[in-house]
Design a protein around this ligand. Structure first.
Ligand SMILES: Nc1ncnc2c1ncn2[C@@H]1O[C@H](COP(=O)(O)OP(=O)(O)O)[C@@H](O)[C@H]1O
Ligand SMILES: [Mg+2]
Length: 309
């Protein structure tokens, strides 16, 4: 008898299967990313995705979970994240109330009270513990998002957690995953993540999509945009990425911008409409200022020449 988890991953027999499954979730996956994803599933290795913000790293975990019918469990990293927020905590307030209630009812057996307080009832499972528990549909997709925001001690802790997929809670014992979760780690590379952690994973640098792929993404995510408007939007955003900007626009910005232009009933770009909607693609005033006026007109001319040439 194959367990349901195996059946879900066995939907994925080839790199093409990965691309098709993700496309079914409106996620347009290039060949190299599909390859490393396929291998991560096949070999049961964590997938480490690094790249600029807005290039689809978080989204692929979501798409993968949906496509495989697995639950998505997300650990959003931040500075100061510690194991109690990542793995488990005791419900301290609940325990206090139980103690009060015991006092009131005249309960005097301290050992009995203690063993009652440290049970599953008072355990708050955080994402890493949750990901070890059996889930309907099979092992979940565990997304450890923006790992570059945490610090070295947490990385070391993760390295260990990812090697045995077990957590020991002194009062309860060891909880082990019946089947390891499918792990996706992401980093926006605001700092280098330690080699030891990367070595445990399959690594992939997620780049901005090329022209054709970004058009395909728009077709999936903003299907109301006409082909000609989409081509202008993508060519303009891609030209912008080549500029010396403080923060280059990601795919998320391309999609947002298309939706803004559609909401304004725009059929094509013009210097005026670009100036009016720059806030959808550029998020820093210095970048916006650079692009207002002559610079936007120059870029638009360049884009038009490229599209017609
Ligand atoms: N390859 C892709 N296919 C479809 N949509 C994409 C793709 N890449 C990015 N997106 C879109 O861009 C948005 C931002 O992507 P996200 O995964 O949050 O970026 P990151 O985590 O890399 O910063 C997503 O919500 C999705 O709508
Ligand atoms: Mg992200």
């Amino acid at each position: 008898m194959t367990d349901p988890a195996d059946r879900a991953v066995s939907k994925v027999q080839s790199i093409d299967d990965v691309q098709a499954l993700l496309a079914g979730q409106d996620y347009i996956c290039g060949r190299s990313l599909a390859t490393v994803t396929f291998l991560a599933l096949r070999l049961g290795r964590p997938l480490f995705l690094e790249g600029e913000a807005g290039t689809g790293k978080t989204e692929i975990a979501r798409a993968l979970a949906n496509a495989l019918g697995r639950r998505l469990i997300r650990l959003q990293c931040y500075e100061g994240l510690d194991s109690s927020s990542a793995v488990y905590e005791w419900n301290f307030a609940g325990q206090m109330i139980a103690i009060r209630a015991a006092e009131v009812s005249g309960m005097t057996d301290r050992d009995a009270l203690r063993s009652e307080l440290f049970t599953e009832d008072y355990l708050i499972a955080r994402p890493l513990l949750e990901a070890l528990r059996p889930q309907p549909g099979g092992a979940p997709v565990l997304l450890i998002d923006e790992i570059d925001r945490t610090d070295a001690p947490f990385e070391a802790f993760l390295l260990e957690a990812l090697s045995d997929f077990a957590v020991t809670i002194p009062e309860l014992g060891t909880i082990r995953a019946p089947e390891p979760p499918i792990v996706v780690l992401t980093s926006n590379r605001t700092r280098e993540v330690h080699d030891a952690l990367k070595r445990r994973c399959l690594y992939h640098w997620v780049d901005y999509p090329d022209f054709d792929r970004e058009i395909a993404i728009l077709r999936a995510r903003a299907p109301e945009a006409s082909e000609s408007l989409s081509r202008e939007i993508v060519a303009f955003v891609q030209a912008l990425r080549a500029e010396d900007l403080f923060k280059r626009p990601g795919v998320a910005e391309t999609i947002d911008w298309a939706r803004c232009l559609l909401a304004l009933d725009m059929m094509e770009l013009s210097p005026q409409v670009i100036a009016d909607t720059l806030g959808a693609i550029l998020k820093y005033q210095d970048d916006i200022q650079r692009l207002q006026g002559a610079e936007a007109t120059k870029l638009l001319d360049q884009v038009r020449r490229k599209l017609t040439g």
